[in-house]
Design a protein around this ligand. Structure first.
Ligand code: ATP
Ligand code: MG
Length: 290
């Protein structure tokens, strides 16, 4: 089982769009038993999958000591894809975690689900607080969507250095250049410079339409350029997870073999400085140990 977080401290950068798409690909393209876990009180993931809004305020209660995430997980209309839907109770999630005093509560809950799911995708709110701390503690890989702007890049570096300062290490980070528009000079310059080698998701009306149709891009426009780009991101994710797990990278759906050691992945500590892996018994922890 692997936990993939789609996270940024910035709002409106494409996190939910990418999380829903990758969860759909995990289930429908890679045939993984997949859980999409929406941690954002706005509940965008359920919305994009066409789920009815949930009014009952229960999503935060599963983090309590006796909380039972399974009670809130529901299948979606897509084979192999389940959803743990958000609701407004998640507004106070940072406080819930702080009161609980368990720094790895989310990690423990994802571990509990590891027999039922191969991939858990976390759609995260745009915060830098106890919620993001828990996400970093639970994730095997963090995808950070960045629209092509120097401000996004600055935010990434601030967050990365803050996490490294607090934890001494962080899970591999895969930055993704989101909403890329090749007609814009600044976008092209960043792509050729700071973001060289990063996966790209183009700004696309096909993506915008998914929010109107409330169906995944891979279903409504499977061959459009954004869908192909997102498949490339998913391939890079699977390839990276394969290397973390010590297992050969899955090759059935790898379209870009170069992604296996994706040049964009940010590691801390850098690979060269790592001590050999410790052997630990829990498989999900093995993924995290450098
Ligand atoms: N590649 C893209 N092309 C065009 N529009 C996009 C693209 N990605 C996302 N969008 C649009 O941008 C808006 C914000 O996207 P999304 O909700 O995924 O961002 P977010 O980071 O999850 O936002 P929040 O921080 O509010 O949760 C949505 O209207 C979405 O349809
Ligand atoms: Mg969102």
């Amino acid at each position: 089982m692997a936990v993939i977080a789609v996270y940024s401290v910035k709002g409106g950068v494409g996190k939910t769009t990418i999380a829903v798409d990758l969860a759909w690909r995990a289930a429908l393209v890679s045939n993984h038993r997949t859980l999409l876990w929406d941690l954002d009180p706005l509940g965008g993931a359920g919305f994009l999958l066409g789920q009815p809004e949930r009014r009952a305020e229960r999503a935060a209660s599963i983090f309590q000591r006796d909380g039972r995430p399974r009670d809130l997980i529901a299948p979606t209309q897509y084979a192999g894809l389940s959803l743990l839907q958000a609701d407004p109770s998640l507004r106070s999630l940072a406080l819930t975690f702080a009161r609980l005093g368990q720094r790895r509560r989310l990690a423990a809950l994802t571990m509990q689900l590891s027999a039922e799911y191969d991939r858990i995708v976390l759609d995260c709110p745009p915060v830098l607080n106890e919620v993001s701390e828990q996400v970093i503690g639970a994730a095997d890989l963090v995808i950070v969507p960045l629209p092509p702007s120097p401000l996004s890049f600055r935010a990434l570096e601030l967050v990365r250095s803050e996490i490294a300062r607090q934890h001494g290490r962080h899970p591999p980070i895969l930055p993704v250049l989101s909403m890329y528009d090749g007609r814009r000079t600044i976008h092209r310059e960043l792509r050729a410079g700071q973001a060289a080698g990063w996966p790209i998701v183009p700004a696309s009306s096909d993506v915008e339409r998914t929010a109107v149709l409330r169906r995944p891009l891979g279903e409504v426009s499977p061959t459009c350029s954004a869908a192909r780009a997102l498949q490339g991101v998913w391939d890079a994710v699977e390839a990276k997870l394969g290397t973390l797990n010590g297992a050969p990278a899955p090759c059935s759906n790898i379209q870009h073999p170069a992604a296996i050691q994706h040049p964009a992945v940010i590691e801390h500590p850098p690979l060269a400085q790592r001590v050999p892996a410790r052997v630990v018994s829990a498989p999900a922890l093995e993924l995290r140990v450098a």
